[in-house]
Design a protein around this ligand. Structure first.
Ligand code: NAD
Ligand code: APR
Length: 235
């Protein structure tokens, strides 16, 4: 492959799976244990905020026991080589890309370690638990702090920046996502429309696999470092 001039990478839960972070729709995934309508929708939060806080508090605590894997590290190396010509868009709310060294990064579904105050709109770094009695340190209101996570039915973050990058890129790589949630699942078509070469790196065929010009199926910790090395060595 010729050296691309502009790369967009999309990652999903599969890139963190080998770090021990559960995916959503694999066998035994998160949505097989809890109904997404109860914990990942605004309606669910309005109905039972304690349940939703507990769901994210547990996932936030679990982050203390996981570490970035070789796929996260390879993507950080790729960013070092391409710098401003690379944008990493993740659907994941964990911080494993950052901990591996990626910084040109967009969390389109928000971040587990962030809180949002629905009263004053402040976004706050939030490593610990939160609950219905949590006070916002900015406006001192209580009961207004929620996880800064994009739920079903809500708009993802930074879509303007993402769409601009998809229009400019000549290489789009989708890693570890089932391709079942929009708008992320539609990024491959947007990139193709603008002439990009499109690659899927996933454990198995995603829902959108036929839309990709190239695909490699296997574990992210194996196929992502190999893909990055080929790209960096111009092969
Ligand atoms: P959508 O239409 O994009 O996705 C609906 C998805 O819900 C389906 O693709 C399916 O994968 C999933 N789904 C449906 N029934 C399910 C079930 N019983 N168990 C598990 N999963 C089930 O959703 P939408 O309501 O149009 O929301 C789109 C917006 O929400 C986008 O902005 C997207 O980025 C965001 N989003 C965020 C999260 C999150 O947990 N942060 C989850 C999904 C979507
Ligand atoms: N290596 C590579 N791919 C893997 C691995 C692995 N070790 N393990 C799992 N996968 C793949 C699966 O084959 C699957 O296609 O990762 C994908 C995970 O898909 P999902 O569980 O649906 O996760 P994701 O695509 O990120 O979900 C999108 O849905 O519920 C919402 O907000 C949530 O951001 C999430 C969005």
């Amino acid at each position: 492959m010729n050296r691309p001039s502009s790369i967009v990478i999309l990652t999903g839960a599969g890139v963190s799976a080998e770090s021990g972070v559960d995916t959503f729709r694999d066998a035994g995934g998160i949505w097989s244990k809890v109904d997404y309508r109860d914990v990942a929708t605004p309606q669910g939060f309005a109905r039972d905020p304690r349940l939703v806080h507990d769901f994210y508090n547990q996932r936030r605590r679990a982050m203390a026991n996981v570490a970035p894997n070789a796929a996260h590290a390879a993507l950080a190396r790729l960013e070092q080589a391409f710098a401003g010509d690379l944008l990493l868009v993740t659907q994941n709310i964990d911080d494993l890309h950052e901990r591996a060294g990626s910084s040109r990064l967009i969390h389109m579904h928000g971040e587990l370690g962030q809180a949002l105050c629905t009263n004053c709109g402040n976004r706050l770094h939030w490593p610990g638990d939160m609950g219905v009695d949590t006070m916002c340190p900015a406006c001192h209101s209580t009961g207004t702090i929620r996880p800064d996570v994009v739920w079903f039915g809500e708009m993802p973050y930074h879509m303007g920046r993402i769409e601009q990058a998809l229009e400019r890129c000549d290489l789009f790589v989708s890693i570890g996502t089932s391709g079942s949630v929009y708008p992320a699942a539609g990024f491959v078509e947007e990139a193709r429309r603008h002439g990009a070469h499109t690659v899927e790196l996933n454990l198995e065929r995603s829902e959108g696999h036929s839309l990709f010009a190239e695909a490699e199926h296997g574990r992210a910790t194996e196929i992502v470092p190999a893909f990055v090395e080929r790209l960096l060595n111009g092969r």
